[in-house]
Design a protein around this ligand. Sequence first.
Ligand code: PRX
Length: 653
Amino acid sequence: MGDTGPAIDALQQRGEAYPPPAGMATYAVVGDPAVYDRAAADPVGWWEDQARRLQWDTPWHTALDESDAPFYRWFTGGTLNVAANCLDRHLAERGDRIAFHWEGEPGDRLHITYRELHERVCRFANALRTLGVGRGGRVAIYMGMIPELPVAMLACARLGAAHTVVFGGFSSEALRDRMEDFGATVLVTQDHSFRAGKHVHLKDNADVALAGAPGVRHCVVARRSGDPVEWTEGRDAWFHDLEQASSPDCPAEPMDAEQMLFALYTSGTTGKPKGIVHTSGGYLTGASATHRMVFDLRDDDVYWCAADIGWVTGHSYIVYGPLANGATSVMYEGAPAFPSHSRMWEIAERYRVSILYTAPTAIRSYMKWGDSYPKVHDLSAIRVLGSVGEPINPEAWEWYRDLIGSGTAPVVDTWWQTETGSMMISPLPAISTLKPGSASRPLPGISARVVGEDGLDVPRGEGGYLVIDRPWPSMLRTLLGDDDRYVATYWSRFPGLYLAGDGCRVDEDGDYWLLGRIDDVMNVSGHRLSTIEVESALVDHHAVAEAAVVGRADELTGQAIAAFVTLRDGVVGDEALIAELRNHVATLIGPIAKPASIVLTADLPKTRSGKIMRRLLRDVSEQRHLGDVTTLANEEVVEEIAAMATVNPHQED
Ligand code: PRX
């Protein structure tokens, strides 16, 4: 936690409470509140019941193996194939059902049935095999939201190869580092992706990354824009050529329940991103069970998770959870405001979307654009709304329910993390009384507590550290290649308790209120970025001597990145340099990491031991009273920075 102390901003509860829609419980997936007690009485048994909804080739002999804690193992002895669970087992009864209504940003549409998806996955799995990928193989995927992305993921799963999906908004450097760390031998990408009417040059970025990643021997390229791209003979191959040349016959082989399904990189408090490892049996159990329960999934639902598959939300709730449940989903390629602010609502109306899952940042943008956009669309099919990624402020919550949910749809505010694999704290829509701003309570089978510095429960109503005190099937198993860091990051602060890294408060009714991160991790538009990563990118620029970065509260994006930079002697700082530094960060990490503002300063506030006082910089950024600065080695610098930050707090473009 460094010198910052818990950054706990208590969201104020406004007092309104919304009971579930009358009668919903009668037909709901979970309609009886007794479920909480039943699961708490035998949590492992409860999860076994959920796991039995999947198709296993061999049953497990041990549901939970705690012998090597915190390296927990679930469903050991059991074997299954994740792709077979997502595809093959639906073919007999619902092969012609739509898996994805896919809509491209320019307006092109595809309606892909389970049978078609199955065939494409089988073909592409065979194609990957010809590139040397098999059980235990490693494939990196760097794509936009096109159907080939889930095809590639499921093809890996079919073979027992692990994938790492790198968000298509990341830079070539970020891609290279992840491919290297992951040990990928194949990269799957596309020529360009479409975003807000522009081309994102994924293949060009991939070429740069591949030049620094000699272990990656093949690059498979899906054609999207059709515009020319550079080509390296012998290394590059077209996705469609490989697919067409491959047999659609690819029997799914049973995999160990603990076989790695994927790793997904997420920011930590030190520079290097962490490869969060998820396995097959436990992960799929968690993702599918929560998808079904939390959204109260019915056979005739049309479900839309408007996230990007490059983040964990898309893994669990666009690909694995919904497909394991045989759901019909909408998958949209592009930006929410393209070509107009109506795009989301047009899509929701067109497919009669009944369940919508998105992020508070997006909801606040729609609010800002105005009520008129959703109002002219028929959103009457919507019956459950979901939110994820950051705390949702009550205003946005109520707008979402009123404007998008016709004033009646329950809003499920789902708290979870890349590490948890699936939702952990969330309402169940047919039985929970909702309070805007609260994620309600831990789901059945999940046990979470709020503790103080001493590891003991804090009294109700008081803020503290959120911990999970019992293992759960979809938990991360380790950090790729770094067991020690896994233990140190999550299990050392309070032995035996998983440290989520979030502050939390439980109210007198037992409802959980998430209070934001307690470490130096920022949450920008629902995406976690570490301050250190952005600082390293700034210092990487030849003009920069030192940099400090904090997340400051931002109405739209939750937090915005505020940077404070000391230049090298002799360098003249001006607006052009600031613009250059911002672009430098975008190049090294990706546009999402671009600081919203950069203040050039002669010095940074430091403790006498030389630690940068980020708390002070946060106060400055949020224009708060600074309090005591006498512990600083260089008191005078603070006023100087404060003055400059007030003059020019925003440089957003
Ligand atoms: O701080 C919490 C916040 O997002 C973090 C996890 O980020 P990531 O691993 O990128 O996964 C995001 C999607 C699951 C958490 O530690 N967070 C996520 N959902 C919520 C939330 N904070 C408050 N309320 C939520 N519903």
